[in-house]
Ligand binder design. Structure first.
Ligand SMILES: [Zn+2]
Length: 277
């Protein structure tokens, strides 16, 4: 299973005989993306039908897993650059047809580290593609990739969701976002408090736990650690999030000093509206 679903789409292109010869993969996680590229190459090159744990009795998948397949080259920047020599060495190795696999493949991690020399060297390779060579260029930011390379690659966005930490639950996140949406979006938010929110949690301890989880959640958002998807909080700037965090810290203090839940929820509405407007 690919960790990012777009690799299924790329694999489908292969099955439909529409595979590009060079891919620019923009990702938020280079390591996961690299693993997915390797999985893709196993799917494509495996002489039998690729299956999980294929490497146990399939030599080719085993060679890919152990980094020993001669027709697969991974290139990382040396120091601050991808060097011309690294590209020349690869081109030399790929001047002959692959023996064990269907393709000669190269994966360039951090392809924003090309310099003019190495990019020009590679260009000849990209401009006269042969059917048996596949190239993968991985970067965190395609805007930093030299345009001569970018323009010759098929671009894919490879996004990985951060797994939710143990500090907050999906349920809390969903309640919080729904609450935000109602607080900021409806006129009768105070009534909404009375009808829908007041009895969400049994007691002060559960409310405290809820708001504490939300602090972890907002902190992760502030640090760009999660994909916001369609959650309402995506409408908030970082500045807003800092203010919401401050406000929730206050609410937690208030909860600790036995403040009334209804008043706390109304306070939340008033303050949220101030922040949102
Ligand atoms: Zn295999």
């Amino acid at each position: 299973m690919f960790k990012c679903n777009n690799f299924n789409n790329i694999l489908n292109c292969y099955h439909e005989n529409k595979l590009s010869h060079a891919f620019l993969l923009e990702t938020n996680d280079i390591d996961k993306c690299y693993e997915d590229v390797l999985l893709l190459l196993k799917n494509i090159n495996c002489p039998s039908e690729y299956k999980e744990n294929c490497a146990e009795d399939c030599n080719l998948c085993h060679l890919i897993d152990t980094g020993n397949l001669p027709s697969l080259i991974t290139i990382d920047p040396l120091g601050n650059n991808i060097k011309k020599e690294q590209i020349l060495e690869m081109m030399d190795r790929f001047s002959s047809k692959p023996v064990y696999s269907k393709f000669n493949s190269y994966i360039i991690r951090r392809c924003d580290y090309f310099n003019q020399y190495s990019a020009n060297t590679l260009l000849k390779f990209l401009e006269e593609p042969t059917d048996d060579i596949l190239g993968f260029f991985i970067t965190n930011n395609k805007m930093n990739v030299i345009s001569t390379i970018r323009s010759r690659c098929q671009e894919w966005s490879i996004y990985y969701k951060e797994e939710l930490g143990n500090n907050y639950s999906e349920e809390s996140v969903s309640i919080f976002n729904e609450y935000l949406e109602n607080v900021c979006g409806r006129e009768d938010a105070f009534l909404y408090n009375q009808l829908n929110m007041k009895n969400k949690f049994a007691d002060r301890i559960e409310w405290t736990q809820f708001f504490t989880e939300i602090i972890y959640y907002l902190t992760d958002i502030y640090n760009n650690k999660i994909d916001l998807g369609n959650n309402y909080i995506k409408n908030f700037s970082k500045d807003h999030i800092v203010r919401v965090l401050d406000m929730i810290e206050d609410i937690l203090k208030y909860l600790k000093s036995n403040g009334n839940i209804e008043l706390i929820l109304d306070k939340f509405v008033i303050e949220m509206r101030n922040i949102y407007e």
